[in-house]
Design a protein around this ligand. Structure first.
Ligand code: GLA
Length: 396
């Protein structure tokens, strides 16, 4: 199989490759195709489970599924990225111990079935250009593409908001990952050419058009700290404790003034977590405006404040991320740069002057390679449409 990077830029090769993968695994031709994007957050780290704002970009890296109905209520799945498969019956969906990937697939099926939505047996070949475990929501892209495919095969549809919530439920309850709504919402509600300002309290979104001349570049540190799951749970617990002590439902309801006045009531570490979340949520709204009006100075300042807070207050940075931040800021065309996803390694994000994109990527590669001893992946991404069924001939 060609690498994800080749297929990320050559959708005709990808269509043929996934079609071949389907034929080799299951025999015959797929009848339906669906896709769903990954995402990169431009601002709003860990604000989603605090019911705050996030500025998110559903990206042109996505998960594709080629599928065909079966009439025996069996689902057979093949992942081209992992070269692994699974098979289960729709009437008895149990988790598989030790395989998170299988559980994403089974979890979406089980959750939809739990809503009494009619599911059809099927053969599914899956391929993703969202790098796995790099902080760009490969899991949400998989879940949302699957839900879209099950809907198409079953002949029903869901509003994208509801689909996102059901995919989050699958991840929370079946897979056992206590994520917020950011990833699934981004993957289901994406609109071509727009970032989304997501209000995680009322779950409304506003489309945000980035000014011409600004490009979004993902810079993957290629490192991930193993503890990230337990650290994530710990941050959530600290935020919940902060909200409870301040007598509010979530940190979204805390203003900077209120926090300043009542800070002494909080344990020191909890107070620092609260400082970060309250400021970060406000920065998401401010960045949406600054990117629209092309105020590059403010973009740079907001991103720098976000990274400093992630490093010093929320403590989700690793040495690799610090090295990447330096490499991004020193590269030609850098307007702003910061962490992305949950932090603890993984991908980071830069806003770059469009004309300097190639030079930026080359310089980051060189500087980060020298500082961290690892070759990073750096690539520009476009805003992408959310989960959908598509015509494979569109790509050929
Ligand atoms: C992970 C979670 C999201 C969100 C981010 C941090 O990606 O899945 O729900 O909490 O971390 O912003």
């Amino acid at each position: 199989m060609k690498s994800a990077v080749d297929w990320a830029v050559d959708s005709q090769a990808r269509t043929e490759g996934l079609g071949d993968g389907f034929r080799r695994t299951f025999g015959g031709e797929p009848e339906l195709w669906a896709r769903a994007p990954g995402r990169v957050d431009l601002m709003g780290s860990h604000t989603d489970y605090n019911l705050g704002f996030v500025l998110t970009l559903p990206i042109s890296r996505d998960t594709w599924i080629a599928a065909r109905r079966r009439d025996d209520r069996t689902v057979r799945v093949h992942s081209m990225n992992l070269d692994a498969g699974d098979e289960f019956r729709l009437d008895a969906i149990e988790p598989v111990a030790g395989s998170r990937w299988c559980n994403y697939v089974r979890g979406v099926a089980a959750t939809l079935a739990g809503e009494r939505l009619a599911l059809t047996g099927c053969d599914l070949a899956i391929h993703s250009t969202v790098p796995l475990e790099s902080g760009l929501s490969s899991s949400a892209a998989l879940e949302c593409a699957l839900a879209t495919m099950f809907a198409a095969l079953g002949g029903w549809s869901l509003r994208p908001e509801r689909m996102a919530l059901l995919c989050q439920k699958a991840e929370n309850e079946f897979v056992g990952v206590n994520c917020g709504i950011l990833d699934q919402y981004s993957s289901c509600l994406g609109r071509e050419a727009c970032a989304l300002l997501l209000d995680c309290r009322d779950l409304s979104t506003r489309s945000v058009r980035l000014a011409d001349g600004i490009r979004v570049v993902v810079c993957n540190t290629m490192s991930r700290r193993r503890l990230s799951g337990s650290e994530y749970a710990q941050r959530r617990a600290e935020c919940e404790l902060g909200a409870a002590r301040l007598g509010v439902r979530a940190l979204r309801d805390v203003t900077p003034q209120m926090l300043a006045a009542r800070r002494p009531e909080l344990p020191e570490q909890v107070a620092r977590r609260c400082d970060f979340i309250v400021a970060e949520s406000a920065r998401a709204e401010s960045l949406a405006t600054a990117l629209t009006v092309n105020d590059r100075q403010i973009v740079g300042r907001l991103c720098a404040e976000s990274f400093a807070g992630a490093r010093d207050l929320y403590e989700i940075c690793s040495p690799a991320m610090v090295a990447m931040m330096e490499a991004m800021l020193a590269a030609p065309g850098a307007i702003g740069a910061r962490q992305a996803g949950a932090g603890f390694g993984g991908s980071m994000v830069a806003l770059v002057d469009a004309a300097s994109t190639d030079a930026f990527c080359a310089a980051v590669g060189k500087a980060y390679g020298k500082a961290a001893g690892m070759v990073p992946e750096t690539y520009p991404v476009e805003a992408a449409q959310g989960a959908e069924v598509f015509d494979k001939y569109r790509c050929s």
